[in-house]
Design a protein around this ligand. Sequence first.
Ligand code: M6R
Length: 611
Amino acid sequence: MCGIIGYVGTRDVVPVIIGGLRKLEYRGYDSAGIAVVDDSGVEIVRAEGKLTNLEAKLNDKPLSGSFGMGHTRWATHGKPNENNAHPHRDCNGKVVVIHNGIIENFLPLKQDLQAKGHEFKTETDTEVVAHLIEEKMKDGTDFTEAVRKTLKELEGHYALVMIDGSAPGTIIAAKSGPPLVVGLGENENIIASDVAPLLAYTRNIIYLEDGEYVIANQQQVQVFDGNDRPVDRAPKRITWDAVMAEKEGYRHYMLKEIHEQPRAVRDTFTGRMFEESGEVFFNDLQLTAEEWAKIKKVHVIACGTSWHAGLVGKFLLEDAARIPIEVDYGSEYRYRNPIVDESTLVIGVTQSGETADTIAGMQEAKAKGAKLITICNVIGAAATRMADGVIYTNAGPEIGVASTKAFTTQLTAFFLLSLYIRQLRGENRDDIRYAMHEMRVIPHKIEDILKKQEKHIEALAHKYYKANDFLFLGRGVHYPIALEGALKLKEISYIHAEGYPAGEMKHGPIALIDENLPVVSVATHTPVYDKVVSNLQEVKARDGKLIVICDEHDEAMKKFADDVIEIPWTIEPLQPILTVVPMQLLAYYVALRRGCDVDQPRNLAKSVTVE
Ligand code: M6R
């Protein structure tokens, strides 16, 4: 996830862009850059690290002009250094591009362009776009037409802003996935990843849809669809204040982040799984089949929500690898003198990459000779620096203390890792391809849940918010989801909640059940469906209030449970990515109803850097 902004108008573009990037910095901050077009052509300044580094460089080398673009980066392809910072250029330095997202087919495009003599200067997927436009312009095709042709060749998802130094005054921006909005001003137009940077200049906003692109100059803005037909779209008048704008109109970061999950999950698998060949590829993690054959056991170390992701990971990896997998709390791991050697693969799972307990466990494992990898959301964080390999979850910065999109992207990373292991073990590619296909459609299914169930879940929250306790039940891959549902509820609503394997309830927690206890359970069609139903009968027989997350059209469940939340079907290993979403929404709306501080719950911190 990156922040992008483009401006054309009468103001000095540098303060407009830097001010805008400041508002977009939450989207990524491992490097930043700016391109300004003036009489002498395109000037670019880029800097590694936070925006302040770019500002310092601009103080030394001031730029000015009334047309340009800026970018704040969250690296996906290539290290977070100055060379890979956007904007990127073609061979002549005239076509300039900034990008948010991933160009999935950048490698064949790059190889083809290299064969035609193009010289690439960065490791990014983005640079290919500038060269592709340049290539199309070689026969005299103008910039606009060259962009049109280029867009038709790109696969993946992207928000792009493109300018041509030899055609100053025109910005073209395209959207296929990540957000892009256009602000219509008086003699000025501005394009950005979200509305926050636009509000200082205009409140008339056009939201681009997927497949659309916009051609903007100082006087006008024209929107086109994927078939190059003009789109007539009236701007929306935005009345948000600045704080609301930073949350993109959502009341809390947590709700915004819940809604970002389709995008975040997509960003985590994009560019890593290739259905045609049935292959999984990780930029920052390479294991050969020989190296894998030497691994005899796996330890997963994590805390809190990341630990729950690790428990789901155990199901997925054990099934793929057929070797023992243990999952530990970071705080427990090093004090139990774990049995670790060179044949142990240790996976540290951490959103922040800075959690002291997880880091300590990882250090312990490394000192004992384990091969160490991490599933982490923050580029360059401590966990990534010490690991031999990294799978970045491309969730983008998570600001709400209650982890949501970090969790579903960790589950996505584990799923990809399980496919990678199947690949290393030489398993049937058709099975892997089928699993990839199911992964690819998961973002749509999350969208479906958000669209169809959010209002219903809000109503359920109003029905149950006064309860003093909640019980969460699940079996198999859904047992960690029950734990996660309970954690979400307790940390933001302060209601006591416990998660249990449904089959374990009769060994103790059943004593709690009466007509005042809401019991939230996952009962989707897995091999243990009937067993879960039996466990739920035990709840019903004691007058517990049953809220069941089940498959769509489970008519029997609808008759039996007090309330149901229906979700679309997917294969069992991917179900947790869907079943957790209603739990997140339930916790959110209960907390809201109870008047709690959702984004900054009492006693908690986003990153726990003490033991
Ligand atoms: O940054 P990490 O993933 O290492 O953080 C681990 C836990 O502190 C974190 O998941 C915590 O449990 C969240 N508040 C859960 O919502």
